[in-house]
Ligand binder design. Structure first.
Ligand SMILES: C[S@@+](CC[C@H](N)C(=O)[O-])C[C@H]1O[C@@H](n2cnc3c(N)ncnc32)[C@H](O)[C@@H]1O
Length: 305
């Protein structure tokens, strides 16, 4: 079975993460709604935990050139990738280093803010990571966590794909439940983490300030003129590559077996995913879709007393 770490190291996963630099948030919402809530000030030191290849760190750093960001991640290849992305984008107010979210390599009361994006959902002990994020925060500092909360299978809301049968929809719902259970049972994390975060943060002694939801709705309509439509298409391509990746397949199979399913369930699930032959999306076709491609992200904003 591919471990979670092998998966992070895989090229297909890295390319998927790369897409996220602009992927989860519409810029106006990020800038005008979220950043004022985060309330970072010039000179602040902010830690991004599980920074991956820098999607959130770089987005913040580009928007807030007077704030200094540190990204910490357990996967060396992604730390290196993040450094290269920063160079490529000419972002100077960032540094990336290796480290474990469960044992952050920083002193108590060091940062003005700690943030994370789709990281707690992958940890067996998210409570410990939240406690660590609180420990390294100064009094009055801000905690932000943007985490998935899988509501349902993220198939197209509407599209030109053939409508799936009721039997297939029911089968997919079952496979998703097996995956959620398997994720939890094998200690890989929780696909419904978004809604758990404020409860864990409260337990860790933080004061909950606000909760928000990401505002992105993926869509593409020919002739695909908007950059966001190109990104949507390349995101689909990313899924096509990912489900062909043997490491992904073996990880998914193991997770579904841990959830009470079988290898055949995993194969059937992959077969039902509409990501197999995406030549239809190559820009020549007149294919349209509206898709909740990423599950909903819930954002918890809290403060250290
Ligand atoms: C889905 S990625 C998210 C990356 C980035 N935050 C983003 O939004 O693109 C999850 C990240 O968590 C990292 N990670 C997993 N376990 C970790 C741990 N114990 N400590 C630090 N990072 C960890 C992985 O290496 C990976 O980069």
């Amino acid at each position: 079975m591919a471990s979670q770490h092998e998966l992070w190291e895989s090229d297909a996963e890295a390319r998927m993460l790369e897409n996220r630099i602009n992927g989860f948030w519409n810029p106006d919402y990020f800038r005008n709604v979220l950043l004022p809530l985060f309330n970072f000030k010039a000179g602040d030191k902010v830690l991004d935990v599980g920074s991956g290849n820098g999607a959130l760190t770089l987005l913040l750093a580009k928007n807030l050139p007077d704030v200094y960001f540190t990204g910490v991640d357990i996967t060396p290849a992604l730390v290196e990738d993040a450094r290269q992305q920063a160079q490529k984008l000419n972002v100077e107010n960032v540094a990336f280093q290796e480290g474990d979210a469960l044992q952050l390599p920083f002193e108590n009361d060091h940062f003005d803010a700690t943030v994370c994006q789709t990281v707690l959902m992958h940890l067996a002990d998210p409570a410990k990571a939240i406690t660590e994020m609180g420990r390294v925060l100064k009094a009055g500092g801000t905690f932000v966590a943007a985490e998935f909360h899988l509501l349902n299978y993220d198939k197209p809301v509407e599209s030109d794909l053939p409508v799936s049968s009721l039997e297939d929809d029911i089968a997919i719902s079952r496979y998703i439940q097996l995956l959620i259970q398997g994720y939890r049972a094998s200690g890989q994390g929780d696909l419904k983490m978004g809604g758990r975060v404020p409860f864990l943060a409260k337990k860790a002694g933080l004061h909950i300030v606000d909760m928000r939801i990401n505002d992105r709705l993926t869509h593409a309509f020919p002739p695909y003129e908007k950059p966001s439509e190109h990104m949507a298409l390349s995101e689909l391509q990313g899924w096509e590559n990912l489900i062909k990746d043997p490491a992904y397949r073996s990880w998914l199979t193991a997770a579904m077996i841990a959830g009470g399913g079988t290898e055949a369930d995993a194969d059937a699930f992959l077969e039902l995913l509409p990501f197999h032959d995406l030549s239809v999306f190559n820009g020549k076709s007149d294919f349209s879709f509206v898709w909740l491609l990423n599950p909903v992200l819930l954002i918890t904003i809290a403060r250290k007393k």
